[in-house]
Design a protein around this ligand. Structure first.
Ligand SMILES: Cc1cc2nc3c(=O)[nH]c(=O)nc-3n(C[C@H](O)[C@H](O)[C@H](O)COP(=O)(O)O)c2cc1C
Length: 149
């Protein structure tokens, strides 16, 4: 069950992560630059969320995002990493992402196998796709914040 949350608005340039998302998990994520996020990086509670994102003003696209320390990989830095439900022609490092998080899916979990993490991510994506099609969630994609570029 996805829980609606008070909207969280985040904006940052895309930087390189550890490169596991696309290669190991079949789920490329756009790592948001910690410096650009500023206080929002610490203030956003950890967990898996869904919402809407634009890339250099293009979109909005449906998004699922991980906020936290990726406990499966024991990262030492907190990150915010959206995966956009859209096929892009190329990487978009250096692009500006505006992200609106509006649904909370679950806490980040320390999975013991990559397959378990991949299955959880696929389930997050399926749930998000369905929930973002609801009228309540669709309404948020017209936010002026998303169009800012
Ligand atoms: C929808 C979604 C759910 C995720 N759930 C978890 C999780 O429960 N536990 C975890 O350790 N990492 C989770 N992650 C984060 C991935 O581990 C991370 O995106 C991946 O390691 C790629 O990181 P990289 O871009 O720095 O290589 C999730 C990522 C996404 C997009």
């Amino acid at each position: 069950m996805i829980k609606p949350v008070e909207v969280i608005r985040l904006s940052a340039t895309v930087v390189a992560g550890f490169g596991r998302g696309g290669k190991q998990l079949g789920c490329p994520t756009a790592n948001m630059c910690p410096k650009d996020l500023g206080d929002a990086l610490h203030d956003t509670p950890t967990g898996i969320y869904c919402g809407w994102a634009t890339v250099d003003g293009q979109g909005p696209y449906m998004a699922v995002a991980s906020v936290g320390w990726n406990p499966t990989f024991k990262n030492t830095e907190k990150t915010i990493e959206p995966h956009l439900l859209h096929t892009f022609e190329s990487d978009f490092y250096g692009s500006k992402i505006n992200l609106v998080l509006c649904g909370y899916i679950r806490p980040e979990l320390p999975f013991t196998t990559l397959d378990d993490l991949i299955a959880a991510i696929q389930s997050d994506i399926a749930l998000s796709r369905k929930w973002l099609e609801t009228e309540e969630a669709e309404a948020l994609k017209d936010e002026a914040f998303l169009a800012q570029y």
